[in-house]
Design a protein around this ligand. Structure first.
Ligand SMILES: Cc1ncc(COP(=O)(O)O)c(C=O)c1O
Length: 384
């Protein structure tokens, strides 16, 4: 018999306009998508540079299958550490300008594993209020005391650091480019505080990797803070168009994670095909900087166009534009009306964002054409 709570929970979600369903997407991930059987313009993807359906990644994937087969067969520490894993790690460390890098099966696994490796019972972790769920869960799994500071509020962060016991290990964790708001963390001030109060810093570059100069290395590199940040993590499934995640840092950090990080140790390693896609994507972001420039131009056009229509976009200057609505039901209705006009802009509701801050999360791609952007702006004007 089905436990009663399942239907009760589903009903409660529906009543609060928080029930989610999976949309079926057919064909390639590009600026246009086949959603529920209809072609629509895609403004809801993290495929920021358009690499997810790039022929170079497809070719690297098929070549890798030909050379290495499909599965990796075991975890990295057993027999699943293939040469391609190490090749990708060397290239990631070069991009990030760090001594070393380590690949993880996903960003979620990286965050839930890294944080408990660095801190534990009796320690303190300082976490931005808008950090991703995987960071929140990593903090919880660590069993350290969690101090959540207001979004980007370095004064409140400093206050927390001042009051933390001197003897405990301290870790500050933040995203560099926030996934749902598209704004940047005050990284320089955070790093200065970490040095003043003897805390470690971990920065999640999931949405900045591939997008920010130099060479797509991310915001830590852009601010020249690489030497002063203990852990830089990022993902390969967003701008890099593939799948998986990485940590970049010192050789000692890499060795500690290999020895202690449960989400690295106790899982089958990523298949070679995924590593080959990562290597191909790193080549593309290095040799095709114009993708980043076009993405920036596309962002500016959409941001200006939406602002002219009177939409509120928070503090975003990036490829992630949060079109603030507030009410969950209203947000989903707007998303549906846009979809009726052929524009896919997914509504984002709690618990992904705080209650009362439902929004359309509009994301831009380097492969959106001017005509597609004009069509989207016309649809936003029509539903306003
Ligand atoms: C900030 C942030 N960190 C981590 C993740 C998890 O990465 P992945 O999708 O590789 O599990 C995501 C995205 O889903 C994210 O937005």
């Amino acid at each position: 018999m089905m436990p009663r709570f399942i239907q009760d929970e589903l009903q409660a979600l529906k009543s609060a306009s928080l029930f989610r369903r999976l949309r079926s997407v057919k064909g390639e991930q590009g600026p246009t998508l086949m959603v529920d059987g209809r072609e629509v313009l895609n403004f809801s993807s993290n495929n920021y540079l358009g690499l997810a359906n790039h022929p170079a990644l497809s070719k690297a994937a098929t070549d890798a299958i030909g050379r290495y087969g499909c599965g990796s067969g075991a975890s990295r520490l057993i027999s699943g550490n293939m040469t391609l894993h190490e090749e990708l790690e060397i290239k990631l460390a070069q991009l990030k300008g760090t001594e070393a890098a380590l690949v993880f099966n996903s960003g979620f696994q990286a965050n839930t594993g890294i944080i408990p490796t660095l801190i534990g019972d009796g320690d303190v972790v300082f976490s931005d209020a808008l950090n991703h769920a995987s960071i929140i869960d990593g903090c919880r799994l660590s069993r350290a005391k969690i101090v959540v500071y207001r979004h980007c509020d370095v004064d409140q962060l400093e206050d927390g650091l001042k009051h933390a016991p001197r003897s405990s290990r301290k870790l500050i964790v933040t995203e560099s480019l926030f996934s749902m708001d598209g704004d940047e963390a005050p990284l320089k001030q955070i790093v200065e505080l970490s040095e003043r109060y003897d805390a470690m810093t971990m920065v999640d570059e999931a949405h900045a990797t591939g997008v920010y100069e130099p060479d797509g290395a991310g915001l830590v590199s852009q601010w020249r803070l690489g030497e002063r940040v203990l852990v830089q993590m990022g993902t390969l499934g967003k701008a890099l168009g593939g799948f998986g995640a990485y940590v970049a840092g010192s050789v000692a950090l890499r060795e500690l994670l290999i020895n202690r990080c449960r989400s690295f140790i106790f899982t089958t390693s990523l298949p070679p095909v995924v590593m080959a896609m990562g290597v191909a994507a790193l080549e593309l972001i290095k040799h095709e900087p114009e993708r980043r420039r076009v993405l920036r131009d596309n962002c500016a056009r959409v941001r200006d166009g939406l602002a002219r229509l009177g939409y509120s976009l928070g503090d975003s200057r990036s490829q992630i534009l949060p079109l603030m609505i507030g009410d969950a039901d209203e947000c989903m209705r707007l998303s549906d009306r846009l979809l009726d006009r052929g524009i896919f802009a997914q509504g984002i509701r709690p618990p992904t964002v705080p209650p009362g801050t439902s929004r359309l999360r509009i994301t831009l791609m380097a492969t959106h054409t001017s005509d597609q952007i004009d069509r989207a702006l016309a649809a936003f004007a029509a539903v306003h």
